[in-house]
Design a protein around this ligand. Sequence first.
Ligand SMILES: C[S@@+](CC[C@H](N)C(=O)[O-])C[C@H]1O[C@@H](n2cnc3c(N)ncnc32)[C@H](O)[C@@H]1O
Length: 380
Amino acid sequence: MPHIKSEPFDTSKADQLILVDFRAISKFGNETWLVSKDGKSIFVDIIKRANEYLVKPNKITKGSDISFVKTILQYFIDELNLKVIHSNINVKPNRPKVAHFAHKSIEDFYRFKSKFRTIKLEVGFGSARHLLYRAKEEPDTLFIGIEIHTPSINQLLKQINLQNLDNIWVVNYDARLLLEMLPSNILDTIYVHFPVPWDKKPHRRVISNFFVDEALRALKVNGFLELRSDSDNYYKYALEVFSNQKVSKFSVDKNIDIEIISKYEQRWRDMGKDIYTLKLSSLKESPKRDIDIDFNFGTVAIKELPNEEKFIGDDYFVHIAKEFKMDRGFVAECSFGSFNIPEKKLLVVDRGRCYYMPSNPVKSLVNLKAHKKIIEVLNG
Ligand SMILES: C[S@@+](CC[C@H](N)C(=O)[O-])C[C@H]1O[C@@H](n2cnc3c(N)ncnc32)[C@H](O)[C@@H]1O
């Protein structure tokens, strides 16, 4: 990330700079400034060390456009007459991450549309052997693969390029939060092959009552969820969850052959382990689902955070940490939401108006729960 190291300077001069919206100071004396130009904003941190000040974008705004960050840093050098000790703002921008038509963000699912009539989802595809095989076999089906493990995502994107496939979407996110964003009755199949058993932390399992409710809602009538597992515990647990459905149809097979197996499965087979295949089918049309999640705060009375705040719920947490004060309110570093893919945001409270920077969280139900908790904290 672009940054500058300069000799210490008078940071109060920032109050006179037209691009600096406000300046907030932490209890250690470090500062963060909200800087805006041409409708874009970033937070810039000033880390004060004995002999030098480090000026850099706040890590939470690190997704910002690099040339914009450089323009802002150059502006500080010019306007504050910084005596630069070291800077990397003349180096070429980093190579962009693989940009790929198949690579989707979770926000792309807010208004999901697809020209494909048959849509299948694979949760935790790992090496993607199964996903790639199916996508090649069924070119008229859209396959959505979701994974939390980034190297698996990159490996699949590479294969999609190499094999010239145009019927795969890849999402780097927690599968437990994707289904709720999909419209009702659109999926033909959901594959969950060899999910992590999480014997000691069952609340982390992909399969849960909530997941299965959402799966049946998103599946078409006669569409099915296929779970495969080598874990006796997981198999029994899944049977129990499937049985919780009021109206349900499911089947169990043991040690059946399927067309393609992953290296992972092969290893278990070689060890002589039993492999269970459970299929849960959707039997009825589900009502339409519109997500209307709003991250507004209304007005908040709080001027200062009394303490660092930590809260852990069943499926979400909230952690409000380092606070930068200013006379109009404060800026706090905040992480919250799901355990696997938490949100990291700056929480700005400016004259009673409160908002997230650099953007609102993903519209998921756990983020909404966390947001409500944050409002509770802000209102004491
Ligand atoms: C044991 S591996 C199985 C991989 C593959 N399905 C197979 O059969 O070889 C489980 C995979 O699920 C992924 N995973 C675990 N929890 C997940 C979640 N909540 N959302 C998406 N992927 C998840 C892991 O990163 C891992 O790649």
